[in-house]
Design a protein around this ligand. Sequence first.
Ligand code: HEM
Length: 518
Amino acid sequence: MSLEHGFLLLRSPLLSLEAFLWVLHLVGTIALWLSPGGIAWARFRSKTSFSIPGPVGLPLLGLLTVFNGSTPHRVLAKLAKTLNAVKLMVFSVGFTRFIISSDPETARDILHNSAFADRPVKESAYELLFHRAMGFAPFGDYWRNLRRISATHLFSPKRIAGFEGYRREIGIKMMDEINGIMKAGDEVQIKKVLHFGSLNNVMATVFGKKYDFEKVGEGYELEELVSEGYELLGIFNWSDHFPLICWLDLQGVRKRCRNLVSRVNVFVGKIIEEHRLKRLIEGLNDDNCNVGEFVDVLLDLEKHEKLADSDMIAVLWEMIFRGTDTVAILLEWILARMVLHPEVQAKAQAEIDSVVGKSKHVSDSDIHNLPYLQAIVKETLRVHPPGPLLSWARLAIHDVHVGDYFVPAGTTAMVNMWAITHDEKLWEEPERFKPERFMEEDISILGCDLRLAPFGSGRRVCPGRAMGLATVHLWLAQLLQRFKWIPSENRNVDLTEHLKLSLEMKNPLVCRAIPRVP
Ligand code: HEM
């Protein structure tokens, strides 16, 4: 027997053992992947109480392709129905474990449970310093402190009322801008105007800064920074779900975030320095400072609450960032609906004309006398919730039970608010845009009724909801009082959605604004 032959004999059983182990591994992997919820849930299957239904998804990838699409909220709602998993559904995206609820009661159990008071920090959020701002800060003293400070100095009813002048003035500027655009052409792409107005509003309340509608300068640069940040946070980043390839930064998110952060540091840092200098020149200090803008509040707190410069930049940047797009996107959806439903628009205008008149400026105090206008806002939040998956998910800090279901620590929890607001068991004709439903039944949208909670609920409910609503109500009243909104001659209103960080119109609204009073 040749040596070679001997080796072959020796090797063949080894080979078959190898092959056997390989097959075993393959079968094991397939079995794990086939477990309800996909691979990230595989090791929890042995838990006796684990029986939450969920889709298997693609091998290794799980539901990744769903999140890469434009309407994951719709796909997840359909899956939950098909799998009889409306209360709670599990799924995986790569190695990340998710639960999602499309049911108001279970949503409450999640959002109000202290076990879900954290948020998963995506790589982009971390790189953009958001873990030091309120929205992504871990639940604890630092976060509590930021919530308290902003509740008192930015979002209190007194402060919101104090900013009315800014809001009204910016609303008037937006309308002049729309007038100018309509005179120059025959249609207006409204999102651009709303976005700049919204950015201006936040800058005025946070920094006392105002910008003109122009294509150059500081305001324009800031707009670029906010849009880039929004895009980066909205990107579905592979690194968040595949830790092993994280270092590759395949989509270039980390690189872009670092670049953006250095620009934001310079931009916001410069404004903070201007305020410091002003305080020095005017002799303002902690004891005699007449606090105006939010930045001054933070500077005032520096000594006692020890906010480092980088923390302050993060907090201020988050306010600019969050307050801008949400308001602009919601108003764009509302105007799209006004163009599509002229009878609703006419009814709202008749209400405004009878309460305020055709030429007197609308003010905050008029809003509570405009119930139909408020109903339009609610109905738009129902049909097109800006955060259909509540945008910023929650993270289980420790093992917890949701109803009878066991949920392990480290699971990302989501609420499909879009599924809830389109559930025919909860809403009559859910697909129909019908503000009248809110004239018949008064439903709070601030977080206590989970049938319609576009601002979330529980400890981490949106702290800017009253400010956001005050802005949307006032500007909508101004826009409807001044213009009649009609379709563009060249383009139909297209309600196709695209979920980025918020639920946007895939094709921005282009329409015509005809002055109601010549
Ligand atoms: C139409 C306007 C708005 C909508 C639809 C909206 C929606 C949301 C939602 C769904 C959440 C997550 C809530 C949860 O996890 O339960 C949130 C959080 C947050 N929002 Fe808003 N928001 C709006 C306006 C604003 C404004 C104007 C600001 C500030 C200027 C703001 C600041 C924040 C912050 C800081 C958080 C994080 C809170 C935390 O984690 O403690 N939002 N918002």
